[in-house]
Design a protein. Structure first.
Length: 218
């Protein structure tokens, strides 16, 4: 690896480094940063010599026994007092909270309504209700959301209000969900758990999550 590759900010202080970059709080992940985007654009317009191609590494780590372990990352977010994770592969962006427009005559409370983000209208869904974080509709109506999480799934963009963002976390292994989770609404959607910055995080299974929500599209 040459000096230029080592000195990329995302490898030192960004999502692939020590996460100390002051811009991360706003952009969440380097993928959303203009510096990263400009570098990516420059890279794909540059001709790569054949002798440099073998240097490209595979993104793997190894456990203490020398076995290869695939690294994965997720956005950690907060619903109520609980933390959840959703794969960065489906994360599109994070947007400021804004007004949600109700859909007339709709009785499905998990579908909160529609929201305009970047000039496009997207359906908004309540993970609070789907995962059993809130069961009181009056509480839901009084929620003051911190941010909106915009997610890509099968060519569509889905929006989920969240109460807080805890950043990007890498994980290698997952522990089974606690026994207490087995009897509550979260269980079908939780792949497993891991710890991040002293917090217990439940990683969501995006396939099952969106299969459940697919029939709720307005």
């Amino acid at each position: 690896m040459n000096r230029t590759q080592r000195d990329h900010c995302w490898s030192r202080i960004g999502s692939y480094g020590d996460n100390s970059c002051p811009l991360l709080q706003a952009v969440i992940h380097c993928h959303n940063c203009s510096v990263y985007s400009r570098a990516a654009s420059s890279f794909f317009h540059k001709e790569i010599s054949a002798e440099n191609r073998p240097e490209w590494p595979e993104q793997h780590s190894f456990d203490q026994d020398g076995e290869r372990v695939d690294r994965a990352s997720c956005l950690v977010f907060q619903l109520g007092e609980q933390c959840f994770g959703l794969s960065t592969r489906v994360l599109n962006r994070v947007a400021p909270a804004r007004r949600i427009h109700a859909i007339p005559h709709r009785r499905d409370h998990v579908t909160l309504g529609l929201v305009n983000i970047g000039g496009q209208v997207h359906p908004v869904f309540s993970l609070h209700l789907l995962l059993g974080i809130l069961i009181d509709l009056e509480q839901l109506e009084q929620q003051d959301y911190a941010r909106f999480m915009v997610v890509d799934w099968q060519g569509k963009e889905w929006v989920f209000p969240v109460d807080g963002l805890k950043g990007i976390a890498d994980y290698f292994t997952l522990a089974p969900a606690p026994a207490a989770v087995n009897s509550d609404p979260r269980r079908p959607f939780v792949l497993g758990t891991f710890n991040h910055d002293g917090r217990h995080v439940s990683l969501l299974d995006q396939t099952k999550l969106f299969e459940k929500l697919q029939n709720r599209l307005p």
